[in-house]
Design a protein around this ligand. Sequence first.
Ligand code: SAM
Length: 393
Amino acid sequence: MKINDIYEVNIIDDNHNGCGIAKINGIPIFIFGTLLGDKVKIRITYVNKKYAIGEVLSYIKCTSHEEVKCPYYGICGGCDLLHVSFDKENKLKRKYISKLFNGFDINISFHNRFGYRNKIVLHVKDGKTCFYKKESNDIVTIKRCLLVSDKMNELIDSLNELNLCFVTEIVIKEGIDGILLSIYGKISSGDLESIISNKYVKSIYQNDTLIYGNLYITQSFNNIKYLVNNNSFFQVNNECALDLYEYIKSLVGNTNDLLDLYCGTGSIGIYLSDVCKSVFGVERNSDSVLCARENMKINNINNYEIILGDASEISKKFDVIVVDPPREGLSKTVINNLNNMKAQKIIYVSCNPSTLKRDILLLDNYNLQSIRAFNMFPATKHIECVVLLERKD
Ligand SMILES: C[S@@+](CC[C@H](N)C(=O)[O-])C[C@H]1O[C@@H](n2cnc3c(N)ncnc32)[C@H](O)[C@@H]1O
């Protein structure tokens, strides 16, 4: 098999990346946009010794594909599963996690498939708003995104009416009290006035300096309010994050002291503060720490202390440890520390199942008790997991 070869193939399996799988001479070929049961004519675009990638030239037999409602689908790197029904998407993600963890039985939580994102990062090229293309640093101009609210889409529409030729990136975050924009590059005062005239815009940062409105916008879960600023982390899907936090609370039970490692704006620790005697948070992003301290004040939380620092600096003992690292997972030092700390429970929250699996195998003073998946990023290949580990005695 070589690049540019043309084949007609039957799709014999499919996966959570949005690819159907065919086989030629025992070599799997991954073909984006196909599903189990399809028959397609393909061109080979990549080959190595273990697998190949093909692109669809035409569909000979098309099974139960979902109607794709986005004009950028297949080009834009954002979504991977719009041709798949939501039900099937959840089954594929569940199957993937279960297989990765050797058949462990898992449940998956999910909410709305569209309009769920409270944050979007727009690259700006030649004055137009863009996303990265699939598996590439090239970009595609986009004017709407199914994953954000109508309010955010209206704002994106209006941004494309302006002269953004000297802007490189715009990050938009939406809270319950309005929208925060972070603009990178230069923008004229006339265009700035035009953005300010959008009634939802409450806050504008330019090159990380506040130039209009409030320092923060607000997110809210149940009765808890969370302030978020331009550089602080917040989960992108509020409904799913609330489920996640409730689930973590059910795993923690009542406890003495809890470590909230990689705590961002303190959101998990604050949510758990009523079931803990004390919470200690560690976060290396100073904007997030600033928000976390404000969040403690506005929610009257008195048993949570947070430090600005690196996760690897912590080696003191805690009863329960929640870790929620970025996609790269835990460093070797953090793993060693966690093994030595011998907490009763570690609750590992992860947005990257591969590094989660790698790290769990290294946390050899703990037994894996349960895994739950959360479809925090519907329509994309990404998935959040929560794992409960208990100390080996
Ligand atoms: C996935 S976020 C989780 C935030 C928070 N737990 C939440 O639910 O909103 C990961 C956080 O870890 C922080 N972080 C990344 N590397 C770190 C490190 N080495 N030490 C401390 N914090 C780190 C990031 O700034 C980010 O806020």
